[in-house]
Design a protein around this ligand. Sequence first.
Ligand code: ZN
Length: 474
Amino acid sequence: MCKKYDTVIGLEIHAELSTKTKAFCTCDASFGGDPNTHICPVCTGQPGALPIINHEAVAYAIRAGLALGCEINRYSRFDRKNYFYPDLPKAYQISQLDLPLCINGKLELSTGTVVRINRIHLEEDAGKMVHDDYHGESWADYNRCSVPLIEIVTEPDIKSPEEAAEFVSKIALYLKYLDVCDAKMQEGSIRADVNISLKPAGSLVLGDRAEIKNLNSFRSIQRAIESEIARQTEILSEGGRVVQETRRFDDATGTTSSLRSKENANDYRYFPEPDIMSITFSEEDIERAKSEIPLLPYERVMKYTKEYGLTDEDARVLTLEKYLSDFFDEAVSIYPEYKSVSNMFQTEIMRRVKETDTEEVPISARDFAKVCEMADKNTVNRNDAKTIIRIMFEDCGTPEEIAKANGFIVVEDTAAIAEVVDALFAERYDLIEDYKNGKTNVFGFFMGQANRALKGKATPMSVKAYIEKKFSEV
Ligand SMILES: [Zn+2]
């Protein structure tokens, strides 16, 4: 069936920067804390208090912009966005209107769609209202006031709910790799506003759009868009018009509902922020910022396939999380057997870490590399190596200590090898004759018998070497 309408989606992504202090004062910017303990006269807008720009926040915003292919405005300015709400004690938000830090970036999706990024600007977050319905009271917590945010605004280039979810998850991954945002959606570190409209299939004229505010999971972004497409399709099919408005998404019902009519920039009475100097960048500033950008996910994938010789799939899985990719890189820098370390890492480390909520591996990369090496060199057998990793996760101890304490170290008892193999050769002389007549598969029989008899006393490699020597002598 022909599609009747094309979907047109643009996103505004708010990402909280993980700077130690707030955007315009020196208050602690970390998440949590007792209500109103991370506040001062500046971030609560007391008369006479003056904001001072946090240069770390500017550097983070620039880093994100450069990684997303943006141009950096050499001259940038802050503006006041005025509106009244109880979680905003100043009654304005310091933001950027016409001279944002970054413009004209882009990000490509797996579908081949290139999403243009109109701008990335720096602004401050608002506080939080806590409603106590039982007592009929509302409380304001200003801890989040003035925590630095970047807002990433795309052009309406996204064509489906899946593309929108992929875009946001890619942005989240990039920001984590850049170390500028922890991307914890459950803590509100990343929120997205979605602008969505439908137009007759193939038409160049955009339809009227609705905006869905404050979506804070990849799943709710996708579901909200799906529900909005269904709603707008129904209105248009019946000859109606979509009202330009701001809507909210209800996770429980999976539907959107009207919140308020859409504001325009005029409604906010923007004007230049008089208390903060404008920001200028020299070419050297930009070059220095560029040089500080670490390898991004797609660049690590290339490194893993080209330099390490791993498959595309392995490289993709290993780079899904920065902390895992960092751990893997450290392990192979110590023991550069890429394929072997990758296999052990995916089966024994990633699986275990996924079962926990923490974003860290509780053992050191050095110890992990050591276990991989012990398994490869048959110092311990592979199953015992996996047990060592399990014990290290649950308990402390180095791989060597655990291997010794549990009797995992394979001993090379050369006298025992000679005794067992010599006896086998004497016993099954008939098979030696077969071997001489070209039946080389009897080698496997000797290996199997000898390994069974020598379990725990010798590695298969030494047994094989001794049997090969014996055959060369017959
Ligand atoms: Zn403060």
